[in-house]
Design a protein around this ligand. Structure first.
Ligand code: URA
Length: 244
């Protein structure tokens, strides 16, 4: 028996958090009865589960690694008709969605899946998964400023956790530098805000690594399926906290 929201997320209905909303809003029935309790446990093999009157079916779990170009919204739809990440996956039958987000003007590595449970865990702040960014910034930060980034800076939503920051390239005309920044959190526009905080505006941002995953072999706009070993490794990275 498993929690209803976990079964729904596993079936690719939506992220676990969204599925919880569906339950609270009375959109989910188990064996013909509306269920509002988030503690409800079900047997996905035996129980008939419906969302908005449509039975869920166990969709094949799909996991992809995508090289997001800039100018693409990290979303499955956009009301203004702008390009979204799922536009690149039109031949994929599963309803996949992005794990976390990259800004419209950020390029780089994005995991796409329909495994709501894994997505929920990967995004949960209690798992410290390294995310490595290359930020091209105005000017050349002093070592003192880089140390500030490493120790943590106070943004409007609180202190950032410890990070690793190093300069990988210095350029002149215009004076700018490329910083490699390793962070664990995934707050909105975090890297841009951290760099702004130390007085170095980000001109360009790219995510080159997510945990052990890299973009090796992919060009902008391309994707590949994650291997079963990679999926297992990702799951292992987020299984220590069994209460989740
Ligand atoms: N930090 C940012 O500022 N933007 C991103 O897209 C990702 C991390």
């Amino acid at each position: 028996m498993e929690r209803l929201q976990k079964v729904l997320a596993h079936a690719g209905v939506a992220s676990r958090r969204k599925c919880e909303e569906f339950i609270i809003n009375g959109r989910v029935k188990v064996n013909g009865q509306v269920v509002l309790d988030l503690g409800t446990k079900v047997d996905p093999q035996q129980d008939r589960i419906e969302v908005d009157g449509t039975p869920i079916h166990s969709e094949k779990m799909a996991y992809y690694l995508f090289y997001k170009p800039t100018g693409v919204i990290t979303s499955v739809t956009d009301t203004h008709g702008r390009k979204v990440v799922t536009d690149f996956f039109q031949e994929i039958p599963e309803r996949i969605y992005p794990v976390g987000r990259l800004d419209n003007d950020t390029s780089g590595l994005l995991i796409m899946t329909n495994d709501g449970d894994l997505a929920y865990r990967l995004m949960h702040p209690s798992f410290t998964i390294d995310k490595i960014y290359l930020a091209t910034v105005e000017g050349i930060p002093s070592s003192q400023k880089l140390k500030q980034l490493e120790k943590g800076v106070l943004l409007e939503d609180g202190w950032t956790s410890p990070a690793v920051a190093e300069i990988v390239e210095k350029r002149s005309q215009p004076t700018e530098s490329v910083i490699r920044l390793t962070i664990h959190e995934g707050r909105k526009r975090q890297v841009r805000r951290m760099c702004q905080h130390i007085g170095h505006t980000v001109k360009k941002l790219h995510r080159e690594k997510y945990g052990f995953l890299t973009l090796k072999g992919l060009k902008k706009g391309e994707y590949r399926e994650l291997s079963s070993e990679e999926v297992t490794r990702l799951k292992e990275m987020v299984t220590q906290r069994s209460q989740l």
